[in-house]
Design a protein around this ligand. Structure first.
Ligand SMILES: C[S@@+](CC[C@H](N)C(=O)[O-])C[C@H]1O[C@@H](n2cnc3c(N)ncnc32)[C@H](O)[C@@H]1O
Length: 303
């Protein structure tokens, strides 16, 4: 008869657990095989999340047992659930944002767009010199989690910053981040939003939806987890560019600035939305850190 008890050499032996270093190596190959773009970084960020430490501090734990829950998180990341949904955090410039199901995960290319708006605002502050009565006002349209509004609020203290988002599913994330970072959140459609600020805004900034309807994003993290309302914008992908142009023309004071992100193939057509009317001057297109066409900037005409 076969014995069901443990082999004698294992009785009383301590449980053998993999070290974090070993677990990271197998996680990296698992995520690579699943098509994840940055497998090692993602594995490290999941471990850092469980250990409540920064990624750079992981070296202290490499020879420790792998933290409980690591394999489960890696398996879910291998199913292409976005890293940000697993950790609940998105890092954007100098800020940490709460994100998860129902809201668009902020992208690195948008950091350059926010950076341009920040540079414009700092230039305006230098120009206003000692005039402390003039609080500059900013509106982030199509705000999602409020990433752009949060970065501007943190990096240029003393502004009056507003974020506008229509999708009720994104609302709780936006409200949470607005409270955490200190900007005003408005659940509203861009079209007709903030009538009380008409002609009183210094900078309008936006990362609207801009994928042409019918195009399918390649990455499952995008096609399965970003809300469709955050992605698609009419047959040419520029429907929201037109909506933002009209809203910015209404909200901005004469001489105010608009900054709007677009797709890397829209570097000619997106600026044309602005140059087609005499409401704007200094219309130009700008590139991201990879040198790809990325955002339009323009100034509200003074007359
Ligand atoms: C590409 S996401 C960008 C979110 C955020 N600005 C960022 O960069 O992370 C676009 C957002 O615009 C919102 N949106 C789309 N149409 C809108 C409209 N007409 N009014 C207000 N928000 C809108 C979507 O719900 C989505 O959250």
């Amino acid at each position: 008869m076969r014995s069901t008890s443990a082999p004698p050499e294992l009785v009383g032996a301590p449980a053998i657990r993999r070290t974090l270093a070993e677990a990271l190596r197998s996680a990296e190959s698992h995520l690579t095989a699943s098509g994840v773009a940055s497998p090692r970084v993602d594995a490290e960020l999941l471990a850092a999340h469980l250990l409540r430490t920064e990624r750079v501090g992981l070296w202290q734990y490499l020879q420790q047992p792998v933290p409980t829950g690591f394999d489960d998180l890696v398996a879910r990341r291998a199913e292409r659930i976005p890293l940000q949904h697993l950790t609940g955090v998105s890092y954007f410039r100098t800020t940490e944002l709460a994100v998860g199901p129902g809201v668009f995960s902020p992208r690195p290319e948008t950091e350059v767009v926010a950076g341009h708006a920040i540079d414009v605002l700092r230039g305006m502050m230098r120009e206003s010199g000692d005039d402390t009565t003039a609080t500059l006002r900013v509106v982030d349209l199509c705000a999602g989690s409020g990433a752009i509004a949060a970065a501007i609020t943190v990096e240029v203290p003393g502004l009056d910053v507003h974020a506008v988002e229509r999708d009720p599913a994104a609302g709780p994330w936006l409200l949470h981040n607005a409270r955490a970072h200190g900007f005003a959140a408005h659940l509203a459609d861009v079209d007709g939003c903030l009538p009380e600020l008409t002609g009183r805004v210094d900078v309008v900034v936006a990362n609207p939806p801009y994928i042409p309807e019918g195009s399918i994003p390649r990455d499952p993290e995008v096609s399965r987890f970003d809300p469709p309302a955050a992605l698609y914008s009419g047959p040419d992908g520029l429907e929201h560019m037109r909506i933002i142009e009209r809203a910015a023309a209404r909200l901005l004071r004469p001489g105010g600035h608009v900054v709007v992100e677009h797709g890397d193939l829209q570097g000619r057509l997106a600026p044309e939305v602005f140059s087609a009317t005499d409401e704007w001057s200094d219309v130009r297109d700008n590139v991201d850190l990879a040198g790809r066409d990325r955002f339009v900037s323009a100034r509200r005409s003074s007359v």
